[in-house]
Design a protein. Structure first.
Length: 235
């Protein structure tokens, strides 16, 4: 896909971007782009390997590869800004994807919201569930989850709230918390109460608003299943 060359190598920021002119042109024609990261296949001194895929001609294809030594908002903004500048030099229209789906990371989403204010920024449903599951483990509920069918059903219902319309997410969460079965489980598994409080603070009232992780009708808005970045992360 065009000549291969480093698109940006900035040792000051610890960022190496690999792409081609043709790949950037393709990226500009994609309504939907996917940002996924990994830490398992990263050469020293870099700490993160990031890929940007685009839905191009009915296929999801890798278009940009990046190596990073840090993953803060400033670094991600350096990357996104670089891509926007490179694309604007190739063609007059700006790089303005309709939808950006990323791993469930605050830094990526914040940078994307800042640099692509007219794009719809969404979290990956797989990583949303993975984040909740990590909290289940942190609260010491993993063994109980595996042993109790009622607790397992309760936690799965919590994750399934993402499938409800955004307008009724908060209401249904509170109904779920007040349900007799949920309250009985909270009395039996005291850490469940902490899990529900964590969910409310992080996914309803503060860090990640419901529109970010909600997947109601999301697959109807895309030509391919957009709920997860799993297909591009190789997990």
């Amino acid at each position: 896909m065009g000549n291969r060359f480093p698109s940006k190598l900035d040792n000051g920021w610890g960022i190496a971007v690999f792409s081609t002119t043709q790949a950037l042109r393709c990226l500009g024609q994609c309504n939907d782009i996917y940002i996924s990261d990994t830490f398992k296949s990263t050469p020293a001194p870099y700490k993160q390997f990031l890929t940007i895929h685009g839905f191009y001609r009915d296929r999801v294809i890798p278009l940009v590869f990046l190596l990073m030594t840090d993953r803060n908002v400033a670094n991600y903004r350096q990357i996104l800004g670089h891509l926007k500048r490179r694309y604007s030099r190739l063609t007059k229209p700006q790089l303005t994807p309709l939808n950006i789906i990323s791993d469930f990371e605050t830094t990526i989403m914040t940078a994307a919201h800042t640099d692509f204010q007219n794009s719809r920024i969404m979290g990956c449903f797989f990583h949303f569930c993975k984040s909740v599951w990590r909290r289940v483990q942190k609260e010491g509920l993993r063994r109980s989850y595996n042993r109790s069918a009622r607790l397992k059903r309760c936690i799965r219902k919590l994750m399934a709230i993402a499938y409800l319309p955004v307008a009724v997410v908060r209401q249904n969460f509170h109904l779920f918390v007040q349900d007799v079965e949920t309250r009985n489980l909270c009395r039996r598994f005291q850490c469940l109460r902490d899990l529900l409080l964590y969910f409310e603070r992080n996914y309803l009232e503060c860090q990640f608003q419901p529109a970010t992780w909600n997947v109601y009708n999301r697959d109807m808005d895309f030509k391919i299943e957009p709920i997860t970045t799993l297909r591009v992360s190789g997990k």
